[in-house]
Design a protein around this ligand. Structure first.
Ligand code: BES
Ligand code: MN
Ligand code: ZN
Length: 505
């Protein structure tokens, strides 16, 4: 998909379809739809749709009109953004996506969005439209033999004639990078485990790094054992597929401004379980096919690094993905086994299905040995997080208020939904072991937090954010703005978190 930004009169713009947004200014009883921005010619063309009540401004309603009078466009699509009082860039992002997904099956492969008013400004509006359009363009039907490529070929963003075009063009360009990177993550998450083994995931990461100019180092079983990553290896040992430790480095170039010495080094650590059977503590058959997406945290980090390479923040970023399968076999670890992590901590394995925290324990410790001053991890870590928050919010945990503030600012920009969860001492008491330092599970209650405090033992005092995306990495029911399947959750927020350490540019 190509993206163009122009400053023009939308009525005079030739396009397959002009997309214009409508807001409901009315009360609960009576809708009062108004187009945004106000434009006499477009209002005239849509007058009958509005007076008949077909256009109400209701969120994500779409009404298509052919040969709109007085416009150069072949069609006019009016998309509702909901009540004016609830309107923000989040609604606009979804409304833009809704427009694209309404046009896609009609084989309308190019359209032009009229940038609406937005309380946070035109740059934010352009960014939301472009991000929303890219996210909407993704469909997960990779292996359908009757797959039709309905992908949108081109979107044009029409800014007001008096706007600062260069600034808006930059916003559109950055939004394209972010949207494409989120989709890159979604492609990886969508792949089944026979088509994306740890080795293949590492190959995909390496290819991405080559095309984006990132340094990529990939390590196999011998190196993992030599580095004494006993927790990571304990999961990998049960599989016939070799594990991979993927390390991606981004360093700002001279032209991008030298990093000041006090600048942080950010470590992005992802859980890359390409299939989670549970191991010897095997999962039930029902729904096990879903466990191909247990590498969504790792894929989020690879997608984030892809965006970072192009957005070029003036800080160092290191992406680390611990990729392995979790399989039962004669070589697999067993409940009761004791494993020594890279940090030296002894872990008693109670349940081999609590494998994500094991691979992350070594990934996080390794990141610290590489000099990371701030850490963020993303993982489809616990079913307990899904029980607590459902599919609406992902969980966020942090041991540091400043890092967490950076993350909440990132959320304001990304529009993704995360809810903070606790990390108290009491949860740590739940995972004390009689034979070793800690156990890898902490009983029935508070499972998202016992998993998080387990990780905390390995980050120690390094400022750290932990994202549990088990309930949000896979969308069960399609929405008007996004397909069902892999969501790419985390990518946009982690990108913004990284940028927040560079003044949020
Ligand atoms: N990958 C799962 C968590 C998960 C559950 C992800 C549902 C996506 C959807 C993780 O490795 C796991 O199996 N966790 C166990 C931990 C338990 C054994 C302490 C769980 O949540 O049941
Ligand atoms: Mn598991
Ligand atoms: Zn898992």
């Amino acid at each position: 998909m190509e993206t163009k930004l122009i400053a023009a009169n939308p009525a005079e713009t030739e396009t397959e379809c002009l997309v214009v947004f409508a807001l409901d200014h009315g009360s609960n009883k009576k809708p009062e739809p108004k187009l945004s921005p106000a434009n006499a010619t477009i209002e005239q063309a849509a007058a009958d749709l509005i007076s008949s009540g077909e256009v109400s401004g209701k969120a994500f309603e779409t009404v298509l009109l052919h040969r709109p009078q007085g416009l150069k466009a072949k069609r006019l699509l009016v998309v509702g953004c909901g009540k004016k009082k609830d309107y923000s860039h989040t609604e606009l992002r979804k409304a833009a996506g809704t427009a694209l997904r309404a046009l896609k099956p009609k084989l309308i492969q190019s359209c032009a969005f009229v940038v609406p008013e937005l309380p946070t400004g035109a740059e934010d509006a352009v960014r939301s439209i472009v991000e929303g359009a890219y996210v909407a363009d993704f469909d997960p039907d990779t292996y359908r033999t009757d797959r039709k490529d309905f992908s949108t070929k081109e979107i044009t963003v029409i800014a007001p004639q008096n706007s600062e075009v260069a600034k808006l063009q930059r916003a559109a360009e950055q939004a394209r990078i972010i949207g494409q990177s989120q989709n890159f993550t979604r492609e990886l998450v969508n792949e089944p485990s026979n088509r994306l083994t740890p080795t293949m995931l590492a190959d995909r990461a390496r290819q991405m790094c080559e095309s984006m100019g990132l340094k990529c180092e990939i390590m196999g079983p011998e190196k993992i054992k030599a580095m004494k990553m006993g927790a990571f290896w304990s999961v990998a040992q049960g599989s016939d597929e070799e594990p991979r430790l993927i390390v991606i480095r981004y360093e700002p170039g001279v032209t991008d401004g030298k990093p000041a010495p006090e600048k942080p080094v950010l470590g992005l650590v992802g859980k890359g379980i390409t299939f989670d059977t549970g191991g010897i503590s095997i999962k039930p058959a029902d729904g096990m096919e879903k466990m191909k997406y247990d590498m969504a945290g790792g894929a989020a980090m690879i997608g984030t690094m892809r965006a970072i390479a192009q957005l070029k923040p003036r800080i160092k970023v290191i992406g680390i993905v611990c990729a392995t399968e979790n399989m039962p076999s004669g070589k697999a670890q067993k409940p009761g086994d004791v494993q020594i992590a890279m940090s030296g901590k002894a872990i008693e394995i109670i349940n081999t299905d609590a494998e994500g925290r094991l691979v992350l324990a070594d990934g996080l410790h390794y990141a610290r040995t590489l000099g990371c001053t701030h850490l963020i991890d993303a993982a489809t870590l616990t079913g307990a997080c899904v029980v607590a928050l459902g599919h609406a919010n992902a969980g966020v945990f942090s041991n540091n208020e400043d890092a967490y503030q950076h993350f909440t600012r990132a959320l304001e920009r990304s529009g993704e939904k995360f809810w903070r969860m606790p990390l108290d001492q009491e949860y740590l008491d739940q995972i004390r072991s009689n034979i070793a330092d800690i156990m890898n599970t902490g009983g029935r209650w508070g499972g998202a937090s016992t998993a998080a405090v387990f990780l905390k033992e390995f980050v120690e005092d390094t400022p750290w954010i932990h994202l549990d995306i088990a309930g949000t990495a896979w969308i069960e029911d399609s929405k008007s703005w996004i397909a069902k399947g892999p969501s790419g959750i985390g990518v946009r927020s982690i990108i913004e978190w990284v940028r927040s350490y560079d003044g949020g540019v």
